[in-house]
Design a protein. Structure first.
Length: 91
């Protein structure tokens, strides 16, 4: 049970850090990926305790991979258009 509390606290901490990110989009993307990884680990523990069915984990893992690919491609497009990935230098 301590692991579930720790993972939940870590997820909340990472989400707060994500909203406080002020420098670059790459830092925000890395924080978002760590939130996805933490939610995957948390879902493994919850599924293992309750249902013992890993289909939901496979679905979450595939959605996490799609989110990572989409975020990286959007970041590369933004860097190609703007020339840098600083948040404050946008519009």
């Amino acid at each position: 049970m301590f692991i579930l509390y720790f993972l939940s606290l870590q997820m909340v901490f990472l989400i707060v850090l994500f909203f406080l990110t002020q420098h670059t989009y790459l830092n925000a993307l890395l924080l978002l990926e760590s939130v996805v990884l933490t939610s995957l680990v948390l879902s493994i523990f919850v599924i293992w305790v309750s249902v013992n069915n890993l289909y939901v984990f496979i679905l979450l893992l595939s959605l996490g991979v799609c989110e990572a690919g989409l975020g990286l491609s959007l970041l590369m497009s933004y860097i190609k258009i703007m020339g840098n990935n600083c948040i404050n230098s946008g519009f």
